[in-house]
Write a protein that binds this ligand. Structure first.
Ligand SMILES: O=C(O)CCC(=O)C(=O)O
Ligand SMILES: [Fe+2]
Length: 519
């Protein structure tokens, strides 16, 4: 009954919306079990109360001369059979069941909670949201936990916001109120807002006068403030804008170490800004590529960028039924997505999602979709990777990255192109953003996006830097097909095509001399 997704252990559950959703039913089951435990306990207490009542009502004969056979036997009976019954009452099966359920490794753990808080912080930072906008109904302890996570991440500006919001919801007699003040005083100090650090410390000391640590801090804050009074305050402006986004630290969302410019453009694209202004209006077309089976049902192509990467979108590439089918097929095989770091594939903080692989011959629908990918892209996908089904989790995202690697170890060559299908309507967020192209694709149910990762020379194209924006509301499922060079090195340009993987005759010639092993 606590199954959910058996393959998924606590600690990675937050990386998939499917896993999180299944936890709702795990929690409902838990409530059912606890209800049984409560009923069981109530019954138990009733029985114990009855026995205690009888004992209390029974008078103690003053001496052994006063013993009556009934009283003596009653006593023995109670103390043997009655106590045996008590013993049985304490042997509690339901309690054991509850304990087993609590140690089930399909339950979320501290890492999931932390991952969830980190996801929320990412949403707050990338979408420039206030905690009040993101989680208006959160409880004070929840807000406190998120504030503490921001503090641990050394993002003091965000910690300040979450902790302030927590404080506004806390009863000023509670222990959490003191905890929040404690954090806030230090956070304000780190943000160089000494007057606020002093105020919080004073408020804390009113409630906890024996806290010598805070008393010493307060003294330090006062001395520092007085020393600085004589100097002009270089942070006067900062303070006025203490709640401006400028001081939010974004390094936690940039584990791969991209330039601040790339990251700022990525965030702006995620928020829906357009950074690409084409010379000519962008176009869309219906194409049949001279193939008879496409005459009556041509491919719909929308061009999102005029550059050599040919950022193309195929609207309604897959039907809702096909999308649901792919989700379903992937669902049972989902595992936390990994990426190549430090010489091996492992779970990473810059990619919060789960993934499963479907072979081209998985079933008739997957086969049909493969055929359609070839129709749409006009590239050979025989040597492409299996179809990867991905599901993102809480604030799930993929930091900007390149799909091609620079390892050069794959016998099928590099990832020439990427074809990706959006398998569900994402409620909010989850764009695929290309900071250097200045364009982003908004996930549309069944839409697909396609681009080339390599330059005509075969070298990775730095303009293809792209990432998955965090999912703000709802969930996000995609299917990825990574198409390799092998099978495509000799592809001829299509009629009217301005770009192919190998655009000039010389280049094609050069690449057509087989440099890849053929089996
Ligand atoms: O989910 C997305 O929008 C992009 C995913 C992606 O870039 C990848 O998996 O390589
Ligand atoms: Fe990618």
């Amino acid at each position: 009954a606590y199954g959910g997704l058996a393959a998924n252990k606590g600690g990675s559950l937050f990386t998939s919306s499917a896993n999180i959703h299944s936890l709702f039913s795990v929690e409902k089951d838990m409530a059912q079990l606890l209800k049984r435990y409560i009923q069981d306990q109530e019954h138990r207490l009733q029985q114990l109360k009855g026995l205690v009542d009888v004992i209390e009502r029974t008078p103690v004969p003053p001496t052994d001369n006063d013993l009556e056979p009934q009283d003596s036997f009653g006593l023995l009976h109670r103390m043997v059979e009655g106590m045996q019954h008590v013993q049985e009452l304490f042997e509690n099966d339901v309690q054991r069941e509850v304990q087993d359920a609590l140690t089930n490794n399909g339950l979320p753990n501290m890492d999931d909670l932390k991952g969830g808080a980190q996801g929320l912080l990412r949403l707050q930072r990338v979408y420039a949201l206030k905690p009040q906008e993101l989680l208006p109904n959160a409880s004070a302890p929840e807000l406190l936990a998120i504030g503490q996570e921001a503090y641990n991440q050394n993002d003091m500006a965000s910690a300040d916001r979450w902790l302030e919001f927590a404080l506004s919801k806390l009863d000023d007699a509670s222990a959490n109120y003191v905890t929040a003040l404690d954090y806030l005083a230090f956070v304000a100090f780190k943000l160089r807002d000494l007057p606020r650090a002093i105020e919080y410390s004073e408020r804390l000391l009113q409630r906890d006068p024996n806290n010598t640590r805070v008393a010493l801090n307060l003294e330090y804050y006062n001395v520092t403030l007085n020393r600085n009074r004589s100097l002009p305050d270089p942070h006067a402006k900062d303070k006025a804008d203490a709640h401006d986004d400028a001081d939010v630290r974004h390094d936690r969302d940039n584990i791969l170490g991209h330039s601040e410019e790339d990251m700022e453009r990525f965030r702006r694209l995620c928020r829906g800004e357009t950074l690409y202004h084409p010379q000519r209006p962008l176009t869309c077309e219906l194409k049949h590529y001279n193939q008879p089976h496409l005459f009556l049902k041509p491919i719909k192509v929308e061009h999102l960028h005029e550059g050599r990467q040919r950022l193309q979108v195929f609207r309604q590439f897959a039907s809702p039924e096909e999308c649901r089918h792919l989700q379903h097929a992937g669902k049972r095989r989902l595992e936390r997505a990994v990426a190549w770091t430090d010489g091996r594939f492992q779970p990473v903080e810059f990619r919060i999602s789960t993934a499963a692989w479907l072979q081209p011959d998985h079933d008739a629908i997957v086969k049909r979709i493969h055929g359609r990918i070839e129709d749409a892209t006009q590239v050979d996908i025989e040597y492409a990777e299996a179809l990867q089904i991905s599901n993102y989790g809480m604030g799930g995202f993929y930091e900007p990255h390149f799909d091609h690697s620079s390892r050069g170890t794959n016998p099928d060559g590099e990832r020439l192109a990427t074809f990706m299908i959006y398998l569900n309507p994402v409620k909010q967020g989850g764009f695929t953003a290309f900071p250097r192209l200045g364009a982003a694709v908004q996930p549309g149910y069944g839409d697909a996006v396609f681009w080339y990762n390599l330059q005509p020379s075969g070298v990775g194209d730095p303009l293809t830097l792209h990432g998955a924006c965090p999912v703000l509301r709802g969930s996000k499922w995609v299917a990825n097909k990574w198409i390799h060079e092998r099978g495509n090195v000799c592809r001829k340009p299509l009629p009217g095509e301005t770009f192919t993987a190998y655009s000039s005759a010389e280049q094609r010639q050069q690449h057509c001399t087989p440099r890849l092993p053929v089996t």
